[in-house]
Design a protein around this ligand. Structure first.
Ligand code: 5AD
Length: 386
């Protein structure tokens, strides 16, 4: 006679096989997959997600060189180390020449893409500054190797629609232009808890409107959430995945919520690192299974939990890595969370680490390629057929 617990385990496994072999997933299935912890089960989930990745987006891993343009921020997101009210920080703005120099470095090292990220500002000086950087990067990086110039991703917060249009025009290359704006959580109450320090600085509605505006302006649109936010449930994460589907997003960037000394959520703690890592990897895998043909980035924050965190994410369905090219002298001023990895390292050794991450997996590095998600390419075809 079998003991009740071993029967239960066996039932669980059968259940897992049934769910993984199916092509569509109920909310119950999603929550169940997110909750997996047993090594055998987690390995089965990873294998299924890895194979789905190969089928949907191929064997390549794409690099986007991250440039943290400025840590000046007008917002007060309570989880974030560079929020406005953190006065313990030296604020910096990179010079245009420094940004262009890093962009050229990326182009010369075969990265094909960069991501300009900054604290959130809407003032004209900033908008104009970004336009000038985009124009010059495009002008200087069109080459035989990169006929459309360096691919650009912007991660510069909520802006008015006309600002997205101005930046698209300045980029000289609207076909490869991408924008990342995480909605952080689809649970409105949780969102308000995260953003309502000293007056509402950000609303979920506004962020969702931004994502829709970006799509209308022709951008490839990326979003994402934090995983393991205090008070967040597996059902919330399932609802996040449903919202990604509903928005028809092209790219995803999701990472663990980590404690931040500069934030003001310290008293709520952080999930135990190993559990948080597994939940984050499960979330990537399940998002891959549900969303199929989108690009999914392995967030740098994963490397805080495990020095191979991003490499593991590749095995769970991620196909984009974002090596941080920002000069060491600025990087320590851009700590969204504690223990940011490689703050003392310059671009070449950061790049070496992500190369090793890919070499250790069964993937290939896509040098000099833009790597638009098949989801976005199919969207273009169906738009032009209308
Ligand atoms: N832990 C994890 N991710 C964070 N971010 C900001 N603060 C933290 C933190 N404490 C993420 C947010 C934001 C992105 C730029 O960085 O998701 O969208």
């Amino acid at each position: 006679m079998k003991l009740w617990w071993s029967m239960e385990l066996e039932n669980g496994r059968k259940n897992l096989d049934r769910i993984l072999s199916s092509g569509s997933f109920s909310d119950g299935d999603i929550v169940y997959l997110l909750s997996l912890r047993e090594e055998k089960e987690v390995r089965a989930l990873a294998k299924r997600a890895f194979d789905e990745t190969t089928r949907q987006v191929g064997e390549n891993v794409y690099f986007r060189g991250l440039i943290e343009v400025s840590n000046i921020c007008t917002l007060n997101c309570r989880y974030c180390g560079i929020r406005r009210a953190n006065h313990a920080l030296n604020r910096y703005e990179m010079k245009k020449e420094e940004i262009v120099e890093l962009a050229l470095w990326a182009a010369n090292h075969g990265l094909g893409n960069i991501c300009l990220q900054s604290g959130e500002r809407q003032d004209e000086k900033f908008v104009d500054f970004i336009s000038e950087c985009l124009k010059e990067i495009h002008r200087k990086t069109v080459s035989e190797r990169l006929p459309n110039g360096l691919g650009i991703t912007l991660s510069l917060g909520d802006q008015e629609k006309n600002v997205y249009e101005r930046w698209a025009e300045a980029s000289g290359n609207q076909q490869q232009l991408r924008y990342l704006a995480r909605f952080e959580t689809s649970n409105e109450r949780l969102f308000d808890f995260l953003h309502s320090a000293k007056g509402k600085s950000k609303t979920l509605d506004r962020r969702l409107r931004a994502l829709k505006d970006l799509r209308k302006c022709g951008y490839q649109v990326g979003t994402g959430v934090m995983i393991g936010i205090p008070g967040q449930t597996l059902e919330d994460l399932c609802a996040d995945i449903r919202l990604f589907e509903e928005l028809g997003i092209d790219m995803l960037g999701m990472g663990p919520y980590l404690r931040s000394d500069g934030g003001e959520l310290l008293k709520y703690g952080q999930m135990e690192p190993r559990e948080l890592l597994q939940l984050s990897l499960n979330m990537i895998a399940v998002a891959r299974l549900v969303l199929k043909d989108v690009n999914i980035a392995a967030a740098t924050a994963l490397d805080v939990l495990d020095s191979n965190g991003r490499a593991k994410a590749i095995n769970f369905g991620a196909n984009v890595l974002m090596p941080n090219l920002t000069q060491a002298k600025y990087k320590s001023g851009y700590q969204l969370y504690d223990h940011k990895p490689s703050v003392e390292k310059e671009a070449s050794s950061v790049l070496e680490k992500v190369v090793q991450d890919v070499l250790g997996s069964h993937r290939k590095i896509a040098w000099n390629l833009s790597g638009s998600s098949p989801h976005w390419r199919k969207r273009q075809i169906s738009n032009s057929g209308r």
